[in-house]
Design a protein around this ligand. Structure first.
Ligand code: C5P
Length: 222
């Protein structure tokens, strides 16, 4: 069967991309990190001094933003107008602004259109905040991920400090809490569990257990 879409939504730093990547690898589906797209837009806005209340500047900027994913030795690189921005979009300046940028209607419209195109005639796993509700409401499998906020902050803190970022656990915790708040309370496609999404709370689950959980859901439809 073709064109199965797996939508994985949930709070910040729940490990959505880890599960989504593992699932896509296992099933040979395409994986798309929709959050990376909003992060790339945010980086472009920061670099070019685009003010979020300047509707015209935002619309004009969106015309000049082309985001692509490039597979390279097992890892996926994020390209912003052909420049590899994979590392820079994970840095604090972007993390602090991304929820404000992604609350803008024009930004969401542009990204959702690209995401829907990526799902045409393909088996695909996409993770984000509105994949099961707005991007692919007809997705065959919808997962809604959550975990204890303290556990999420600790995991993300370890990941970022291992990569050499100079941050504190408090900063990471605050950023996660702040993004969750903005993402769930915004007007345009807020983060909310789709009625038909299956909850996956991974507070006490390892990666293999999470993969098995989602694999079992996909096998039911595949
Ligand atoms: O997934 P990640 O945490 O990298 O996403 C960064 C931010 O991008 C989120 O906090 C959210 O504000 C925004 N986002 C979104 N819709 C998506 C994916 C991400 O609004 N589908």
């Amino acid at each position: 069967k073709k064109n199965i879409i797996v939508a994985i939504d949930g709070y910040s730093s729940c490990g959505k991309s880890t599960v989504a990547k593992a699932l896509a690898n296992q099933l040979h589906y395409v994986y798309v990190d929709s959050g990376a797209m909003y992060r790339a837009v945010t980086l472009y806005f920061l670099r070019n001094g685009i003010r979020l209340d300047d509707e015209q500047a935002v619309n004009e900027a969106l015309k000049h933003i082309y985001i692509d994913f490039h597979k390279e030795q097992g890892s996926t690189r994020v390209l912003l107008n052909d420049e590899d921005v994979s590392e820079e979009i994970r840095q604090m300046p972007v993390s602090e602004q991304v929820s404000a940028v992604s609350a803008l209607k024009a930004v969401r419209q542009a990204m959702v259109a690209q995401q829907q195109k990526m799902g045409e005639r393909k088996n695909l796993v996409m993770d984000g905040r509105d994949i099961g509700t707005a991007v692919f409401p007809e997705a065959a499998v919808k997962i809604f991920m959550t975990a204890d906020p303290k556990v999420r902050a600790e995991r993300r803190y370890l990941e970022l400090t291992n990569k050499g970022q100079n941050i504190t656990l408090e900063e990471v915790f605050e950023n996660i809490a702040h993004r969750d708040y903005q993402d769930t309370t915004r007007k345009e496609s807020p983060l909310v569990r789709a009625e038909d999404a299956i909850i996956l709370d991974n507070t006490e689950m390892n990666e293999a257990e999470q993969l098995n959980f989602v694999l079992a859901k996909v096998e039911k439809v595949d």
